[in-house]
Design a protein around this ligand. Structure first.
Ligand SMILES: Nc1nc2c(ncn2[C@@H]2O[C@H](COP(=O)(O)OP(=O)(O)OP(=O)(O)O)[C@@H](O)[C@H]2O)c(=O)[nH]1
Ligand SMILES: [Mg+2]
Length: 320
């Protein structure tokens, strides 16, 4: 009861926009556990007003830089912006985190911008859970636009951007000959393509290649009447940032006007239930590592039982 009261007080403070409370709630959420779940259930009912925008692309494509610029532009239009950056830095490399922090810092003076880095370490599947929970918190706390920055490699990251209303795939010149979105398998998930670093002389080729790929993909059959645009941008000279903001806003307007927003909300809900179910099972499996499952595992290893049958047994789903 005491824990529930404390959670309620924290959630109430966060929902009223108190920065310290939002930060503390996000830490709880990242830790996970039953107390966090109680808080998140309260938060979930209050979320759903924000435009959730996923920014994805290969490492170094310019996502953080673009996120900071988009935030600045949306702020100038009077909108409150939350940024959840999935930090790809492993505890052993210390890579880009410092650069990100420095670029993001100029924004952190502004109470209308809230930036949170999520660590990718931890349990498999934990990344998408914590990230989407953090998005709910910022959404419920009144941020109009929530940007999720994630490196577009790995299923977890793809799951994260699948839970966005609008997915922006960021490509850049100078990162190799292939179209990076194709290589990373994320061409299909783009609602908008941004090509960053267009101040570079080799940007034209990246744009042309991307447009060529898109034309082929469209010819193969589009599922929506939304025409995926390619927006050239440059952080160096500010080119395209206003256009990108406009395109992102237009995409939401399109979803609303066409009714596709309903479809997308259902997809997001389905995706999140599936992810939650997977997490529950994975946790249960890990907790059970030395328990009843061991006997089944031994039988599977000895080829006495098929893995499917063992899995069915494990989740208590006996019928074939
Ligand atoms: N010339 C040029 N360089 C840019 C531009 N935008 C970003 N960069 C540079 O590209 C590098 C990567 O930029 P980031 O914004 O950190 O890229 P990222 O995709 O967030 O990188 P990770 O988070 O490490 O995957 C940095 O050195 C930036 O300074 C641009 O518009 N023009
Ligand atoms: Mg980054």
């Amino acid at each position: 009861v005491a824990a529930r009261l404390a959670a309620t007080a924290l959630v109430t403070a966060a929902l009223s926009g108190k920065i310290a409370a939002i930060a503390r709630l996000l830490s709880r959420v990242e830790e996970g556990g039953p107390a966090a779940l109680t808080a998140l259930e309260m938060v979930y009912a209050h979320a759903g007003s924000a435009h959730v925008v996923g920014l994805t692309g290969v490492p170094g494509s310019g996502k953080s830089t673009l996120a900071a610029q988009l935030a600045r532009q949306f702020r100038a239009a009077g909108r409150r912006v939350g940024i959840v950056a999935v930090d790809p830095t492993s505890p052993f490399s210390g890579g880009s985190i410092l650069g990100d922090r420095i670029r993001m810092n100029e924004l952190s003076e502004d109470p209308g911008v809230f930036i949170r880095s999520m660590a990718t370490r931890g349990a498999l599947g934990g990344l998408s859970r914590a990230t989407l929970d953090a998005v709910d918190v910022l959404d419920a706390a009144g941020y109009d636009l929530v940007l999720i920055e994630t490196v577009g490699v790995g299923q977890d990251e793809v799951d994260v951007v699948r839970a966005a209303h609008t997915t922006v795939v960021v490509s850049a010149p100078g990162l190799g000959d292939d179209i990076q979105a194709v290589k990373a398998g994320i061409l299909e998930i783009a609602d908008v393509h941004a090509v960053s670093k267009c101040d570079r002389s080799d940007a034209g080729r990246t744009i042309a290649d991307l447009k060529g790929m898109l034309a082929m993909a469209t010819a193969a059959g589009a599922t929506s009447s939304w025409k995926v645009p390619v927006v050239p941008t440059s952080a160096a000279n500010g080119e395209g940032v206003a256009e990108l903001c406009e395109t992102v806003a237009n995409h939401l307007a399109f979803l609303q006007a066409s009714g596709e927003i309903e479809v997308r909300q259902q997809q997001i809900a389905r995706q999140r239930v599936l992810a939650a179910a997977e997490n529950i099972l994975r946790d249960r499996f890990q907790d059970d590592a030395k328990g009843a499952m061991e006997e089944l595992v031994a039988d599977v290893a000895a080829r006495k039982v098929h893995p499917y049958a063992a899995a069915r047994d494990f989740i208590g789903h006996q019928e074939m």
